[in-house]
Design a binder for this molecule. Structure first.
Ligand code: ADP
Ligand code: TYD
Length: 204
């Protein structure tokens, strides 16, 4: 086990798809099985992540392009930190990464421009796309039905479709796998472990 190369695993999916829940379970599983693990997320808790959160909560009015440039700048710092962790033997689990930039960003911006901007960053060993209907995800995060919710639901439905088309087009490059996230947390976790065994050869 100690000869295993530390992995870089990314969780992707729409808001409320269960990324945080599964990242936590996966980290716990790594630790229980005697491996080192570190969970992190984007946007980060760093300075640039703080600006992004302020922008997302509409305290700042910035253009979609500026926002995605900020996500890339945040990632540029984050990548160094994640590389350091891996160099010290930690399996890194990251909640959102490049494909979030593309799936959300391509609602307003050119997909290829977003991919080019992100091209210098390392590719994950595995990108798990948690897939479920936007309505189910929104119900989980407890939003009540309203016009705003309707707009949000159709937007998230488009982001969901974007994730699926990125899986089709770039699956080999980003090592994507799509998991049905409309089921129980236990079933999803079990599927994730199966993928870790089958695709990454981990002893489960
Ligand atoms: P994300 O990080 O993708 O936004 P979370 O993991 O925070 O998603 O989950 C959103 C909400 O849904 C939380 O309240 C969480 O407890 C709940 N949840 C997570 N996974 C499931 C699941 N498989 N089934 C039902 N509820 C879930
Ligand atoms: P996050 O706080 O992770 O949302 P949640 O926990 O609800 O899933 O992400 C904030 C938002 O930023 C989310 O709607 C997705 C978006 N986003 C981008 O547009 N580009 C990016 O590169 C990233 C990492 C996130």
């Amino acid at each position: 086990m100690s000869s295993e190369k530390p992995l870089f695993i990314v969780l992707e999916g729409i808001d409320g798809s269960g990324k945080t829940t599964q990242a936590f379970r996966l980290e716990r599983w790594f630790k229980r099985s005697g491996r080192k693990a570190y969970t992190t997320r984007e946007p980060t808790d760093g300075i640039i992540g703080g600006i992004i959160r302020a922008a997302l909560s509409t305290k700042l009015r910035i253009s979609p392009m500026t926002l995605q440039i900020l996500f890339a700048a945040d990632r540029s710092e984050h990548v160094r930190e994640m590389e350091e962790r891996r160099a010290s033997g930690y399996n890194v689990i990251c909640d959102r990464y490049i494909l979030s930039s593309v799936a959300y960003g391509m609602i307003d911006l050119d997909r290829d421009w977003l991919l080019r901007m992100n091209s210098p960053f390392p590719r994950p060993d595995l990108t798990i796309i948690l897939d479920l209907p936007a309505e189910t995800a929104l119900r989980r995060v407890g939003k009540r039905f309203s016009k705003t919710l309707f707009e949000r639901r159709s937007l998230l439905e488009r982001v969901r479709e974007n994730f699926l088309s990125l899986h089709n087009d770039l699956g080999n490059e980003y090592n994507t796998v799509v998991i049905d996230a409309s089921r129980s947390p236990e079933e999803i976790h079990r599927d994730i472990l199966e993928v870790l065994g089958d695709r990454l050869g981990l002893e489960i």
